[in-house]
Design a protein. Structure first.
Length: 157
């Protein structure tokens, strides 16, 4: 059986847009129901995202998910810090983890997922490179076409 031909381009990295050009610029509107720890986190993180150019009004739901998960995580963490034991006796008489631990872990998972989508870590920001411009893409395709033909690409004037 003949071997499958490999593409001369190799593995192409996945590219994600920093801000979707189809969405208007600006900041998401602060909902009136956000309060307490969630409001504090909104006020902390939105200026940071604005400064690095990683937020649009279309990101409001993800941002809401992040700040509410942050508030839940902080509240559960405060409860866990005040516990004498992380184990409790259930209504059936069985030993189980305290519900605040489970709530904390779920909130942390949601917070981390939303933070990835917002680009809140250096790793995630690196992966959210802006899309390649059309003129750059055309130049890449031109070089690849010359490479397929075995000829060197023309030098820019």
């Amino acid at each position: 059986m003949p071997k499958r031909k490999r593409s001369p381009r190799g593995a192409q990295p996945k590219r994600q847009a920093a801000a979707d050009p189809r969405h208007p610029g600006g900041l998401p509107e602060l909902p009136d129901f956000i309060e307490g720890l969630a409001l504090e986190e909104w006020q902390r993180v939105v200026p940071i995202l604005e400064q690095i150019g990683k937020v649009t009004p279309a990101d409001r739901a993800i941002l809401l998910g992040y700040v509410t998960a942050w508030a839940q995580w902080r509240e559960c963490q405060a409860m866990v810090a005040g516990l004498d034991s992380i184990m409790v006796v259930s209504a059936r008489g069985l030993m189980m983890l305290h519900p605040a631990l489970q709530g904390r872990d779920k909130a942390l998972a949601q917070m981390l997922e939303c933070s990835k989508r917002l680009g809140l870590s250096p790793y995630d920001r690196e992966r959210m490179k802006p899309p390649v411009a059309e003129d750059e893409r055309a130049a890449e395709e031109s070089v690849l076409e010359y490479a397929k033909q075995g000829a060197p690409p023309p030098r820019p004037a």
